[in-house]
Design a protein around this ligand. Sequence first.
Ligand SMILES: [Cu+2]
Length: 420
Amino acid sequence: MSEPATPRLSALVGQLAASSDPAATPAGADQAERAVLLLGAPALGESLAAPSGRRVFLARASALSLAIPGLGAALAACAPGSSGQSDSGQGAGRAGPGAAGSADSLRHHNSNSRLDSTVLKNAPRGNSSATPAATQGAQSAAFRRYDPALPPRLPRGRVQLHWHAREAPVRISKDTVVAGWTFEGDIPGPVVHCRVGDTVEFTLTNDVAVPHSMDFHAAQIDPKAAFRSVAKGQSVTFTFRPKWAGAFMYHCGTAPVLMHIGSGMYGAIVVSPREALPPAKEFVLVQSEFYLEEPQGGVRPFDYSKMLSTLPDFVVFNGRPNQYVDEPIRVKVGDRVRFWVVNAGPTHPCNFHVVGEQFDTMYLGAPPGTPIRGVQTWGVAPGGGMCFELLCDVAGEFPFVNHGFGHGQKGAIGFLVVGA
Ligand SMILES: [Cu+2]
């Protein structure tokens, strides 16, 4: 067998991590290649499926960060928006406390950085969301139905949000409390509603020891600056103007993203078009999967190993299994209903369907463009969002489900009750 012409990245990672001496860098691994090693995904053959393989990779990435001091800072300095200045207010990270520009932030702007890779080390027992703040007071956590109604748009075309990354126990049913990593204390986080062209000025302050970040899918922005992770007590601020209408996911993007999304850090931003859509009762459904450990002290932590297995305990709309079976969504005959469906995943599709109904309109892209008619079921991909409309011209109780019934059966089901 002939030797490969260039060394494989995984081999370079291994060689670099094996020595803390920068002089041991193999010939041919120039700065650019090292940057790829630091920022990129593991090479083929570096299995992330095995937790030990992932930890080895993160450990190697950490070793590289230490072995090549200054490289992270150099990369961050090259990033647009990292100067802490915003020319137009759109598409540029803006300096806040802990924003790029400080030595601290330069160490953790990168989602594979050393600080981010401490996530699982900080968590008790390694693969779990069971931090003290996420578990304390679990028994007294009250159940609250997540209101599916689309909130009104904030006025004047300018949305200012200052959210906190928090750990909190969240009661998802009468007998289940989960150890949540959250935006604003709930799973999902709050629904944001704006309009195409509005200005969204967003600040995230991290209240907890594990680093966190925010990634809005409705934004077109330099992710290295705006979506960077921030340590406890620090903040990141960025501003964007959504260009497209639709239902978009937001989530924490700190590595390992699976752990942060899987532990509750996600939600929906609905961007209405400038043109008015037909009048309707509008609802937001965020589907997600819950991978949980057995209860300990009345709380079930999220389980990273189970997330990797992709076999969830619950699949839910708006963070609680079957909540709209127990307390349905109610409308009247003659109402048009518009569902903005976001699939936060982290892994499985949402095959959205309303039993006994058809969607007269579903928008393949941004509403009101590209409508398609007469849809029975449509798959919303993890990380995606779509807009479904139906006219409720028949009274009755209509289950809305994930028609992938292995997942519908695990809690992704509710009732749309159409009253006469
Ligand atoms: Cu996070």
